[in-house]
Design a protein around this ligand. Structure first.
Ligand SMILES: Cc1cc2nc3c(=O)[nH]c(=O)nc-3n(C[C@H](O)[C@H](O)[C@H](O)COP(=O)(O)OP(=O)(O)OC[C@H]3O[C@@H](n4cnc5c(N)ncnc54)[C@H](O)[C@@H]3O)c2cc1C
Length: 295
């Protein structure tokens, strides 16, 4: 199968996914393919579907909790989709580009608006799927339209044809759509001012988030008018551990890989936190990270 797969891009066999998810959870995938371009992605998906092979599109793995068991299938990474084109205040960016790179490129062209994304370690594709955001802004605030691959067809869909809300979009519920690229309209700005905002935001992140341990950002969405972190802290769960996973002492809405955590440790701790907050605070927290199931 390796020879077949290598038609579509660079192939790795029997891969430990530890370096492909920011929780640094160790689980094996039979193959990992870094596709060359949209055509090779399209052909690869057709091949996998025809042969009933399981697969997962993975961005930077910074918003996922991988499954406990190994994947007898293919992880697809969109490394080849790495173009950024700027035309006046519009930016066309492909799904494999990392958010900090997009922000730097925009700011160097005096385009403002995305400064909030400079500290988010995800790809543009992952950001669109989860409507990533921070400091009261999000990526959908800037989207004009989105190029997707669906049923072997590349098409452009308008923002108004997508259902989206705080940290959620209809793409999350439809795994048959792959985000290829997005067209954004940014604000004309000043590079020095943007740099200052980014510096300020980064300082806030360093102060408030446990960035010295592997994690995948906020575990739960903030309920309306409140903070998941406050509720979790109120339940006395800071520092709570299951195996190698721990509720961060620095920020209660972060779970960290404290000591060789397994996917099961993290999943069990997420469930414990959810159930305790429901029992003690009567709030049914909604998970922001994605508990992946190999399909
Ligand atoms: C330290 C830290 C801080 C963070 N801060 C924030 C924050 O402030 N705000 C925020 O919103 N998030 C934050 N995150 C979470 C995360 O970085 C973002 O949600 C990011 O946008 C996820 O991108 P990704 O490429 O890592 O997606 P992944 O985790 O790889 O994937 C997420 C989901 O999207 C799917 N997917 C990925 N790419 C595509 C594609 N092209 N087409 C279709 N499906 C796709 C995957 O299959 C998966 O289901 C943080 C994470 C960390 C580790």
């Amino acid at each position: 199968m390796k020879d077949e797969l290598s038609k579509f891009g660079k192939v790795k066999e029997n891969v430990d996914l530890k370096n492909y998810n920011t929780y640094k959870v160790s689980v094996n995938a039979k193959y990992l393919v870094e596709v060359k371009n949209v055509d090779s992605l399209n052909e690869l998906i057709k091949y996998l579907k025809k042969n009933k092979i399981k697969y997962l599109i993975l961005g930077n793995g910074s918003n996922v909790v991988l499954p406990e068991k190994d994947l007898d299938g293919v992880i697809i990474r969109l490394n080849g989709l790495n173009k950024i084109e700027i035309d006046d205040d519009e930016v066309y960016v492909e799904a494999g580009v990392m958010l900090p790179k997009l922000v730097n490129e925009s700011v160097s062209n005096c385009l403002a608006g995305l400064e909030w994304a400079s500290g988010i370690p995800g790809t543009v594709g992952g950001a669109v799927v989860g409507n990533a955001g921070a400091y009261l802004s999000d990526i959908f605030s800037f989207i004009i339209d989105i190029d997707v691959l669906e049923n072997g067809e590349v098409k452009t869909i308008k923002k108004s044809d997508v259902t989206y809300s705080y940290r959620h979009t209809s793409f999350k519920d439809n795994k048959d759509i792959i985000v290829l690229a997005v067209r954004l309209k940014l604000n004309k700005g000043n590079a020095d001012e943007s740099q200052e905002i980014m510096k300020n935001r980064l300082e806030r992140r360093i102060k408030s988030q446990p960035l010295n341990y592997p994690n995948a950002g906020s575990v739960f969405r903030n309920p309306e008018g409140d903070y998941a972190g406050r509720l979790i802290e109120e339940c006395g769960l800071k520092g709570k551990r299951i195996g190698g996973a721990m509720v961060s002492e620095k920020h209660a809405n972060f779970i960290i890989n404290y000591d060789n955590a397994t996917a099961k440790d993290i999943r069990d701790l997420i469930k414990l936190v959810h159930d305790e907050v429901l029992k003690k605070e009567k709030v049914d927290l909604i998970i922001e990270q994605e508990l992946i199931d190999w399909r």
